[in-house]
Design a protein around this ligand. Structure first.
Ligand SMILES: NC(=O)c1ccc[n+]([C@@H]2O[C@H](COP(=O)([O-])OP(=O)(O)OC[C@H]3O[C@@H](n4cnc5c(N)ncnc54)[C@H](OP(=O)(O)O)[C@@H]3O)[C@@H](O)[C@H]2O)c1
Length: 313
């Protein structure tokens, strides 16, 4: 099968397409024919190893000192079950699935074996029926990040919610989820993304490239920093001061990404009910992986960036 190998840590060019052996599922594994993967913020961190020094050492110990121990990287997949081991109960051949591969990585390939139960090596479930495979990659990664972060807010109808970084993979899902929960939602993004964030249901939008302060008469019951601690602005600092006395501020980086197929099932339900639509910025072919990484590394994707793999007949 074809796979993208990360030959060492470095620039996007370290990614190379190679022929490798197609995996065979063990008794407790399924074999997934992958139709779409994604270039996520996590893939960029893993490939480039360009992270703050306090994160670099633990990350290298976990992933490999000089190059990723798992040479096929990639964290997100959507595809079809091609074969199953004899102990598999949850899935059958032909099921359309989506999920994350966790420490197993390996989604930058035509096929991947995974266990049916959640672990640090991934989580997998049936994909929402009303979205494409590429949209499912956004639902998996952005969905898990947004849902786990918003669940901490216990958001009630009518509450004031601010999503900082509303235009990214998790931000675009967070806006829609907060609206679905009945909140009055303000999205913070740059000028080019104001219309997108409005179209996702935001009641108000604020342009962090033009505005440094917030209305002193408005307080927020819940604020989510959906871009993470490495990206900031004067407005982001002002947001923290606009929290209501019993309000909650959560950064998407506060807690590790939970690999939870039950949460993927909840995401599927909300998507199938039409409350959330995953946003795709661009789709690239497998062969254009270097270009896709270059694009995502700039830090301005709107929604998610997908890589199309096996072509669906
Ligand atoms: N907790 C975990 O285990 C875990 C796991 C994975 C990722 N994360 C975190 O999640 C973050 C978000 O990932 P993601 O893929 O959802 O985001 P993303 O899609 O990479 O975010 C891109 C978006 O961020 C916006 N942006 C860039 N700089 C900004 C700034 N200073 N202020 C406001 N918006 C800004 C860009 O809009 P403009 O072009 O308009 O600026 C762009 O639309 C990652 O960076 C990482 O920190 C955490």
């Amino acid at each position: 099968m074809k796979a993208i190998i990360c030959t060492k840590y470095g620039a996007p060019e370290v990614l190379q397409i190679r022929q490798v052996e197609k995996p065979t599922p063990k008794d407790d594994e399924v074999l997934i024919k992958i139709y779409a993967t994604a270039v996520t913020a996590s893939d960029i961190f893993i490939r480039s190893s360009n992270v703050p020094i306090q994160v670099l050492i633990p990350m290298r110990i976990m992933l490999g000192l000089w190059k990723p121990r798992k040479s096929i990287i990639g964290l997100v997949l959507a595809g079809e079950i091609e074969s199953i081991g004899k102990d598999i109960k949850k899935f059958k051949i032909g099921d359309q699935v989506y999920g994350l591969t966790g420490f197993g990585l390996g989604a930058y390939a035509e096929y991947k074996c995974m266990k049916e139960n959640d672990s640090t090596y991934g989580c997998l479930t049936i994909k929402p029926t009303n979205i494409s495979y590429e949209e499912a990659t956004v639902a998996a990664y952005g969905g898990l990040l947004a849902f786990q972060s918003l669940e901490k807010g216990n958001i009630q109808p009518g509450q004031n919610v601010l999503i900082y970084g509303a235009s990214g993979t998790s931000g675009t899902i967070a806006i829609q989820l907060a609206k679905y929960l009945g909140a009055k939602v303000t999205g913070v993004c740059s000028t080019t993304n104001l219309a997108l964030v409005k179209s996702l249901g935001a009641d108000d939008v604020i342009d962090y490239t033009k505005v440094d302060t917030l209305d002193p008469n408005v307080q927020y019951d819940f604020i989510l920093d959906a871009v993470g601690k490495m990206k900031t602005s004067k407005l982001k600092k002002a947001c923290k001061k606009a929290l209501a006395p019993k309000g909650k501020y959560v950064s998407i980086d506060d807690e590790k990404l939970m690999l939870d197929s039950k949460r993927l099932d909840s995401i599927k339900e909300v998507i199938e009910a039409g409350h959330i639509k995953p946003i795709i910025d661009k789709c690239y072919s497998f062969e254009d992986i270097v270009e896709a990484h270059r694009y995502v590394e700039k830090g301005h994707k709107k929604g998610g960036v997908a890589i199309l793999i096996n072509k669906k007949e």
